[in-house]
Write a protein that binds this ligand. Sequence first.
Ligand SMILES: Cc1cc2nc3c(=O)[nH]c(=O)nc-3n(C[C@H](O)[C@H](O)[C@H](O)COP(=O)(O)OP(=O)(O)OC[C@H]3O[C@@H](n4cnc5c(N)ncnc54)[C@H](O)[C@@H]3O)c2cc1C
Length: 429
Amino acid sequence: MPRRLIIVGAGPAGLTAAIVAARAGAKVLVLEQLDRPGAKLSVCGGGRGNVTIRLAAKEMAAAYGRQGRFALAALEAMDAQGLCDFLSGLGVPTVSPDGLHVYPASQRAGDVTAALVRECRRLGVEIRCGVAVDELVLDVAQSPSAVHESDRPAAVRGIRANGQDWPADGIILAAGGCSYAALGGTGAGLKLARKAGHTIVEPVPALVPLVTQETWPAKLAGVSVAEATLRIDLPHERQAASRGDILFTHRGLSGPAVLNLSGRISRLLIKASPVPVLLSLPLASSGIAPGESAAAILERWRVSAGASQVRTLLARQLPRALVDALCEQAGVAADTPAARLPRPVQDDLAQRLAATRLTITRTEGFEHAMVTAGGVALKEVDPRTLASRLIGRLAFAGEILDLDGPTGGFNLHWAFASGALAGTAFSGE
Ligand SMILES: Cc1cc2nc3c(=O)[nH]c(=O)nc-3n(C[C@H](O)[C@H](O)[C@H](O)COP(=O)(O)OP(=O)(O)OC[C@H]3O[C@@H](n4cnc5c(N)ncnc54)[C@H](O)[C@@H]3O)c2cc1C
């Protein structure tokens, strides 16, 4: 008899798990609360779907931070090349225009969803949409605390949806996180896991734009700066910094460098609000003095380009609107030549370029967060199989776990790789 497997959630993690398990002989049913599978996957990367990043498994694991060690087994079993081979086998060739970030060659994330669904159908996997799973049915009636205390581990024997019980020999919870509710991020899967006895690390929005107390960034909405650095300005967080493009928005800050630090800031905001940050803006140093500070560059301009206006010199390297805002804050008159800049004003301007202080009052929330940080506690899950350590016949895959990565394909890669690993654990043998 093939094993009957129920997968909760038809995202990339759930669909990949379904394919791997069905190929190994399991009889698979995927239940999806929305009216279609892969709703979030289909809009990923602005619709282009940045599915992975060309890094070795160990380098990729490091990018997930402290959680990376947990991810390693899944990443080694399906690395970037492994994922490209898997997708190519489904009829989705991939391309990497910059040699690092990988997209479907068609540049359509929807093609990945369609291929996963097609393969599920070919393998006889049943995908039922419009079914929201309400409960995991355990083989013994136990309270969540009893799951931890009991000598006799509980096991799932099915799920409950719409008042009906569906029996199964194994369940994979691949129900995602809490971001973009309209695309399935309702947090429902976390509630199922918590009710069954799992610890949930408080979910917070990650890869999310930040709102500043200061209003001047809003006046620059749409302006972006490359190679800027954002730092958290708190005593125990000094190491927390992110470098890359920064985008000013109507509410504050976005762009990869901001998004990649946002999960950490989200978590800090739970305990203490607001969170002070420092924004460093890049100025090109001279060929003779690489790594020159902003103060040294302004001093060099005073000597070597004294007749030129400071604003003009700065605007060769930074967006004009941003230069104007910084000069206004530092009290630099519009037409001041570099050589005539009063020293205190020059020092103030240098300080603003090196580290402009901003105050983060909140994030733009789960409605605008690409992923959820937090989720099912990793210590309660076996990284070699993604099976629950508390409840028999239950495994997890994808964003529902307390594991998230930076922008650039890490999160989709985790969904595919963890789905494949969980699916292997529930093969039909
Ligand atoms: C706008 C946007 C763009 C993104 N772009 C990228 C990108 O380019 N690259 C990248 O790496 N990552 C990207 N991400 C992140 C990526 O989409 C997620 O990390 C990934 O989809 C997680 O996969 P998953 O299968 O774990 O969860 P999901 O894709 O969220 O799928 C979970 C599914 O479970 C269903 N479900 C939940 N609860 C229940 C229930 N009780 N019963 C039945 N079904 C349920 C949901 O409806 C959902 O369809 C993006 C995210 C967003 C929001």
